[in-house]
Design a protein around this ligand. Structure first.
Ligand code: FAD
Length: 379
């Protein structure tokens, strides 16, 4: 039997790649450092391009059951509440792009991907320590002292990727000087407020200061995602608590409708935001990268996970079409994906997406299942 493709990292991108490659007829193994999957994080906002990629993995119905469908995507000025842009989502997005926007708990997305991963394909407690490539495959070594031989390696191991380091050397991601607060409020506590079923972005006085709110958990909870420049806090964590008082003070100048949601919070999580510049090359030989391992970005366009699942689909299509020539398939995948992800990385850094209208089609209308597999097409 042929060697499997080894995927390092069992996050959103790695699990999506495992499902996509398996559906394309390739054996896969996922090596995940965590000893068990846990329910961390809070929200995930999946735009229509991401949902369509996930639909093709066979999990769209379950995600629709678990998530909420914001009716609109609205931008407002932080203090006057003046509406500066409005995009109809839900049914309108489904008609236009073939899929709606879905907002859900990040843990629900991960659990759905885990359940759909090929049986027995995920090995937990496998933290990559090193790798060496030979003519007949790549040997991965893990911190527990074990090793595995695979036909090719997909580094899906996030912003601090060990695969990236092995390929291109150590280089720390850049602290952006911005922190993010995340909080969840039960809907009944704020039921008197308007627009709870919309995705609303309140654009603040400085470019990285904003509050975003939208429904999750099939509408039973409202999620708050707020960012602000803050150079003194550099901890990167999905689980570290922040201070609710600090959150309220930070956004004291915002409109009462936005502040009312902050007043309703019992707890908040806080993380520093990191990113990298677009990488010109993602791989070498039978090794490639995907997701945050090669294109970590600021969350201002809500595309990080979306780009990871698009990568997974395009990778599987290239491997499927490439037959035995896995190295050529990986280079084709990289060439097809690099221009789009670089454009979105830089757009996320600029943080002006849909602030005052604009056409969302180039992002939301991308269909990873049919886009031409040629460099730069469909971006
Ligand atoms: P990760 O999710 O980081 O997964 C990497 C996996 O690799 C992890 O399971 C990790 O344990 C494992 N791993 C790491 N090192 C090793 C190793 N040495 N050996 C083995 N395993 C290893 N994106 C959106 O699309 N929509 C949003 O609304 C959104 N909101 C965001 C909000 C915030 C605050 C942040 C920080 C990001 C947000 N993103 C969003 C971006 C999104 O979370 C990421 O782009 C996405 O998680 C990337 O997936 P990934 O699988 O590439 O990496």
């Amino acid at each position: 039997m042929s060697l499997p493709i080894g995927i390092v990292g069992g996050g959103i991108g790695g699990l999506a790649a495992a499902i996509a490659l398996h559906r394309a007829g390739r054996p896969v193994v996922v090596f995940e450092q965590a000893r068990q999957f846990s329910r961390v994080g809070a929200d995930i906002n999946l735009t229509p391009n991401a949902v369509r990629a996930l639909d093709g993995l066979g999990i769209g119905a379950e995600l629709r059951r678990l998530g909420a469908r914001p009716t609109h995507r609205v931008s407002r000025n932080y203090d006057t509440a003046e509406e500066t842009s409005r995009l109809a989502m839900s049914g309108t997005a489904e008609e236009r792009y073939g899929a709606p926007q879905l907002t859900l708990h990040r843990a629900d997305l991960l659990a759905t991907l885990e359940a759909a991963a090929p049986a027995g394909s995920v090995r937990l407690g496998k933290r990559l320590a090193g790798m060496s490539e030979a003519a007949e495959g790549v040997t991965l070594t893990f911190e527990d002292g074990t090793s595995e031989k695979v036909a090719a390696v997909v580094g899906a191991d996030g912003i601090h990727s060990a695969v990236r380091r092995a390929l291109f050397g150590a280089e720390a991601p850049r602290f952006t000087g911005v922190v993010a607060y995340r909080a969840v409020v039960p809907r009944e506590r704020v039921a008197h407020l308007p627009d709870l079923d919309m995705f609303t972005k309140w654009w603040g006085p400085s470019p990285q200061s904003q509050i975003v709110t939208f429904p999750i958990s099939a509408g039973r909870e409202i999620f708050i995602f707020a960012t602000t420049p803050q150079d003194s806090w550099r901890h990167e964590s999905w689980t570290m608590p922040g201070s609710v008082e600090e959150l309220r003070a930070e956004y004291a100048a915002f409109h009462p409708q936005a502040r009312a949601l902050l007043e309703a919070c019992d707890a908040v999580l806080k993380t520093a935001l990191y990113e990298r510049d677009p990488m010109p090359a993602w791989g070498r030989g039978a090794v490639t990268l995907m997701g945050d391992a090669c294109h970590p970005m600021l969350p201002f366009m809500a595309q990080g996970a979306g780009m990871a699942v698009e990568d997974a689909v395009v990778l599987a299509r290239c491997v499927s079409e490439g037959g035995e020539d896995i190295v050529a398939s990986l280079r084709r995948y990289e060439a097809a994906r690099q221009p789009r992800t670089a454009q979105i990385q830089l757009g996320s850094r600029g943080n002006a997406w849909l602030r005052a209208g604009g056409n969302a089609d180039w992002v939301y209308g991308y269909d990873s299942w049919v886009v031409p597999l040629t460099p730069g097409q469909g971006t």
